[in-house]
Design a protein around this ligand. Sequence first.
Ligand code: ARG
Length: 457
Amino acid sequence: MKLWGGRFTKEENQLVHNFNESLSFDQKFYAQDIRGSIAHVKMLGKQNIISTDEMNQIIKGLEGIKEDIDNGTLQFSKESEDIHSFVEANLIERIGDAGKKLHTGRSRNDQVALDMKLYTRDEVVEINGLLKTLLSSLLNVIENNTETYMPGFTHLQKAQPITLAHHFGAYFEMFKRDRDRLDDIYKRMNYCPLGSGALAGTTYPLDREYTAQLLDFDGPTLNSMDSVSDRDYIIELLSALSTIMMHLSRFCEEICIWNSNEYRFVNIDDSYSTGSSIMPQKKNPDIAELIRGKTGRVYGALTSILTTMKGLPLAYNKDMQEDKELTFDAIDTVKGCIVLFTGMIDTMTFNKDIMEASTKHGFTNATDAADYLVNHGVPFRDAHGIVGQLVLFCEEKKIALDDMTLDEYKAISPVFEDDIYNAISLETCVNKRITIGAPGPDAMKKVIKVYKEYLNK
Ligand code: ARG
């Protein structure tokens, strides 16, 4: 039985039904649909739009449906068009005439707007929590590695010495901002569309403040046309999820590089690696690659909904049903990726000696050698040229700046003295960098304190 069968004289074509239905995917928010219906019915009862007895019958019926779906005794029948039709039909089957009053003063348009909001709102909270766990894992690495030296790169060329703590700290900042974005979206989306009807509100004396309160919203939405056609919050969410994936993907790319045979900065744990069916020696970073790969489908969801929405006249249009599958997929993908990524970080080990050796043999202290000259009165541009000559000399001899003799230094510039060795040692290069946000351990320790307070909030 269709909810809307009254004015029709022909049965729906089966292909039309299959094309039109959304139950196969909107069953995912059956719990939210029922929660919304219970709030609606409580309000109808409070406003004397239905009797208390009818209200109680409906609530009991809805709770029964929820329980039966939860424990698997009630299966979603293929005949229902969507979750809203399914629940209502089932309610009427269970409690009879009272069930026919559930949809008083409501449309599937405000209902679906509500369900999707309730569902995504829960997910925003869950993803935020997963990011918090990831941040704790990162902080663990950061705290233990404020003096683990590694090269910092620009253009993927060794640039200046940093620490592992500092590198991970950069990602801490990114994922922290990702959490802020989710908080922000939550605040903006947290208004209840229920009671907007099909598009123009209703003539019943609904108490929209009350339903909003029952459903933990900050209040009702203020324009019924906007309420049933707003999908901005989904776009914002998919944009935030895309940014999370972009951050994860960059980190994964770095882990793939660090894990490569050439770098060997890190060892991904066996439990987070896979092998090759033909090459027995292989241990591949599949998880990091797959997270990098899955970024594409989350971006796809964002592009898809933006495109779906761009030409829609107000108010509700069926096009909007397309918001669900891709959003659900993006949410599940992001949650999976964060969990797997966190596990990979927790079990990964670092080859600190290799990282340090790489820092020493990449002229990462060349800027500090130039700064040494500047501190002895040489203009920076000249100092830059002199150190360039030192690098050329070292490259020819296949040595590091630290390995040059003082005579060799003096042959290029007489300004150099014995204290150059201390000035360009890795420890000095890093320890001297103590401005806010720099890698020096003293600067990092202050930041770590801020991070700890942030995670304890
Ligand atoms: N399944 C629909 C959706 O997801 C529910 C709303 C249907 N409303 C309507 N007027 N056809 O958007």
